[in-house]
Design a protein around this ligand. Sequence first.
Ligand SMILES: [Zn+2]
Length: 285
Amino acid sequence: MKIQLQGFVLWSIGLSLFFACNAQEQSTDYNTNSPNSQVDSSAPPIPVVTIPIGLQKLIAAYPQQHFKANATCLIWSDGDTMVYQDSINNIDKTFQMLLNQPDLEDQLSMPYPKGLDYPIPSRNNDPGRIRVEAFFLKMYGQNKEAVRKNLVEIDFLGSKLLVTKINSIDKKLAQIAKELSEYPELKKYLENVGGSFNWRKIAGTDRLSTHSFGMTIDINVKYSNYWRWAVEDKMEDGKRAITYKNKIPLKIVQIFEQNGFIWGGKWYHYDTMHFEYRPELLIEL
Ligand SMILES: [Zn+2]
């Protein structure tokens, strides 16, 4: 009985989210309410829909996706919808829940510190590591073969890389390479690129790495730091106390950020070779 009841509750929540999306979609759309001076007082009031700031950021950050939104959902160009906020607020989710069961609101919930001046990340402050896998699968391809269809080879400062052409990421990486080539002192960090497209899970997890989507590159491993490699870090209360490390010059970070890529060097679980296309975390409205 208890199991049946739980099933019913989950079914009800799912159903209500489905209706929440579709009911709003019929009545309103993004930017559709214009002031009307000839107001008919007998007519029902036009609902004012507030698009959550996170959805506004997704729309502005991915213009090639032609996203729309209403108060509760992201609407894809083919009409598919994704709920912005599930039944649990991001502040009520544990860090593992944020990583494993995020919604789009959670994906945008940790502010990414853009620019040269950034704080040493506090515990579990990983802006960009919270990702709705379904969002990236829908954007870049539902499986390895589907992603592959959108890959092209580019020359990145002498390394041949397979990257996606979705969101013009191939062109953006070519532009990054052009800008970086003007700084010969940075060359050693950028040769022997550690990786681009690679359909795989993140080490130690059941989640897909963003390398699976062809929108992420790792620069030279030789000058990189990754929290899992720092076995010398001390244990505190049964957990490893991660001590921040970085050898990557911030000029490289700045050029990637200016072209829509975030850097794994700004995470508590740092990964300083890692750059991933996440313009929604960099855009300012
Ligand atoms: Zn990486």
